[in-house]
Design a protein around this ligand. Structure first.
Ligand SMILES: *Cc1c(COP(=O)(O)O)cnc(C)c1O
Length: 374
């Protein structure tokens, strides 16, 4: 077998993630590797932490990037907070809410599942009814931006309900962070997790998380250790704090963190509100073009996620054939439907660096061609 260096083509990534990465972030990844306890690297980690706080809009001291993908961020929130026998209300309106249920059960806790239809936001009324019916519940968990369906839920209202019923809130912000307004402190989110490869437009494999002082106290007060050594935040926090006195926990993914630093810096330079507005403007532009092509969105207006647009596949059109055509003729990737939507809908991501005019224009003209000629 003759193996050569791997040189992938430049694809335009307009699926549910990973997303397009800017040349600046790609070049940051190739800078010289430092030792992970090198004072210069430690200083850079402090800056990453500070920029993550600006992005989550929080003063939470326990804000850091877990050295693993978004799924590990999800797991970190559950294994650190939950104890066996605890009750958690999980609002489920797509695939990722289903994974939350799975996490709860694997912690030996009890999940009360509040279901909403796929393609719709989580219903605050249903959550309120469940909270009244289950005073034993200690937590509320939900997905802010359901990437499997493209629905955006009212995180502020859901977290307020959790607080009124003395529950800690666990919120999936994997796709929302950097793409739509996220206010961790103002909304009273207790545990938030995200991913590097969605609207932050960095390489996959890092999970920004943020824990409120209430959540940290809860973690430190638990009588038993978390079942996961790697994700145990009481250990990981020491690695991300106490400048100068850092202790080794695991080897940080040094170059990936250079990438995250650069991606967060891009976001700081643009201004977080401007980034949200850009996602909304690109979404509007995409939707109006899709309408012109006769394509219909799955999610009703008012509950749509600007950065992830779920579109019904027109009657008689072949899902796989059209997506392959886009990939082979245009180097353009759009997402397939997941779960209930497999084969029925496409997911078009307008995320981070990918949320720009040229991508929208390309996507619309390529789709027009594919619908006719694939
Ligand atoms: C992508 C995604 C995840 C999982 O992130 P990975 O980095 O793929 O592990 C979790 N929740 C939501 C809402 C996502 O979109």
């Amino acid at each position: 077998m003759i193996i050569k260096s791997f040189n992938p083509p430049r694809r335009i990534l307009m699926g549910p993630g990973p997303t397009d990465i800017s040349p600046q972030v790609l070049s940051a990844l190739s800078r010289p590797t430092l030792g992970h306890l090198d004072p210069l690297f430690v200083g850079m980690m402090d800056e990453v932490k500070w920029m993550l706080q600006q992005t989550f809009i929080t003063k939470n001291e326990a804000t850091l990037a877990i050295s693993a993908p978004g799924s590990a961020g999800m797991e970190a929130c559950f294994v650190n907070l939950l104890s066996p026998g605890d009750t958690v209300i999980v609002c489920r309106n797509g695939v990722f809410g289903g994974r939350m249920v799975e996490n709860v059960e694997r912690c030996g806790a009890h999940a009360i599942v509040v279901d909403d239809p796929w393609g719709r936001a989580v219903s605050a009324e249903k959550l309120e009814a469940a909270l009244k019916q289950h005073p034993e519940a200690g937590y509320v968990a939900f997905v802010h931006a359901e990437t499997s369906t493209g629905a955006l839920s009212d995180a502020k209202a859901l977290c307020q309900l959790a607080q009124q019923h003395h529950c800690l809130s666990i919120v999936d912000m994997v796709t929302s962070l950097g793409g739509v307004p996220v206010y961790v402190d103002e909304w009273g989110v207790d545990a938030a997790y995200s991913g590097s490869q969605k609207c932050l437009s960095c390489v996959p494999g890092l999970a920004p998380v943020s824990f409120s002082p209430r959540a940290v106290e809860h973690i430190l007060r638990r009588p038993h250790k978390s079942q996961s050594w790697f994700l145990d935040q009481s250990l990981v926090m020491h690695y991300w704090s106490g400048s100068g006195k850092r202790t080794y926990h695991h080897t940080a993914p040094v170059n990936s963190l250079y990438g995250l630093h650069e991606a967060l810096l891009r976001l700081q330079d643009e201004g977080i509100e401007n980034a949200w507005a850009r996602h909304e403007a690109m979404h509007q532009r995409l939707v109006s073009g899709l309408n012109t092509l006769g394509l219909k969105l799955v999610v009703p207006e008012g509950e749509r996620l600007p950065q992830l647009n779920t579109v019904w596949i027109p009657e008689g059109k072949d899902d796989q054939r059209i997506r392959s055509y886009l990939l082979n003729q245009y180097n353009l990737e759009i997402g397939a439907g997941l779960g209930e939507f497999a084969g029925k809908a496409w997911r078009i991501g307008v995320m981070g660096y990918g949320a720009r005019n040229e991508n929208i224009a390309l996507c619309l003209s390529a789709l027009e061609d594919a619908l006719e000629n694939a």
